[in-house]
Design a protein around this ligand. Structure first.
Ligand code: ATP
Length: 219
């Protein structure tokens, strides 16, 4: 069965979530309080509706409780974002993801029971900073306050060495969990697997250890 989503707030963030979910074959109801935004998505989303999400009766009349997942993508109006999230909780929505504008907003959203809080500007800033510091770092994903996963293009210091020769685990305390090689992914590479040119390593570890590795090996 197709999963059914609601996206509230059709700015750049909410809008791109709508497009991507539809692309992945999901049913999406797109909501915004402004008609021009809703018009923009009327041919993209499964349904596009003008509604103010701080109006509980409006939310209930849309049958929002029956959807699998609601994404609150209201940006600047933090009060509306918090109020909407509270009402979605009260209505009994199964899963709520909310975009936070700042750390204070994020804390409040977590307190009132948002299942997931995303902070796209901050996270993207971190990812881009890692890529700027080292061109070899393709992507960076925060797992917790202290741990991350990074995607690193193998450089000359790595190419031609086996995992055991590099001994990254002992030297840096980080682990290569997979290697992307063309269209293949080698999951849990073995000690004698040799790193080749154009390999992309997926590395997991504590931020300090990853940073040390990026500075010493990936510059
Ligand atoms: P972007 O994702 O473009 O960075 P942003 O963070 O600047 O957006 P806003 O433009 O503040 O976010 O809000 C995103 C959308 O949410 C806007 O189109 C706005 O009309 C809509 N929105 C704000 N409040 C409500 C509300 N109470 N009900 C429905 N939609 C709302």
């Amino acid at each position: 069965m197709k999963k059914e989503f609601v996206v509230i707030g059709l700015g750049r963030f909410g809008g791109s979530i709508v497009r991507e979910l539809v692309e992945q074959g999901m049913e999406v109801m797109a909501i915004d309080k402004f008609e021009d935004k809703v018009d923009e998505y009327s041919t993209i989303a499964t349904h596009a509706v003008v509604a103010d999400s701080t109006d509980e009766a409006a939310l209930r009349s849309l049958g929002i409780r029956n959807f699998d997942h609601v994404i609150v993508a209201i940006g600047d109006d933090i009060q509306a974002s918090i109020l909407t999230t509270l009402m979605l909780k009260e209505i009994g929505v199964k899963r709520i993801t909310v975009k936070a504008q700042n750390d204070y907003h994020e804390k409040v959203l977590e307190r009132i029971g948002a299942d997931k809080v995303v902070h796209p500007e901050r996270d993207m800033g971190k990812r881009i900073a890692h890529n700027i510091v080292s061109n070899n770092v393709l992507d960076y994903l925060e797992l917790s306050d202290e741990h991350s996963i990074v995607e690193i293009v193998a450089n000359n210091l790595l190419i031609g060495n086996s995992i055991i020769e590099l001994d990254i685990r002992a030297k840096y305390g980080i682990n290569i969990v997979a290697i992307k090689r063309g269209d293949d992914i080698i999951v849990s590479p073995q000690a004698n697997d040799v790193i080749r040119k154009d390999d992309i390593l997926i590395v997991i570890g504590a931020d300090n250890d990853i940073n040390r590795f990026e500075k010493r090996v990936m510059q």
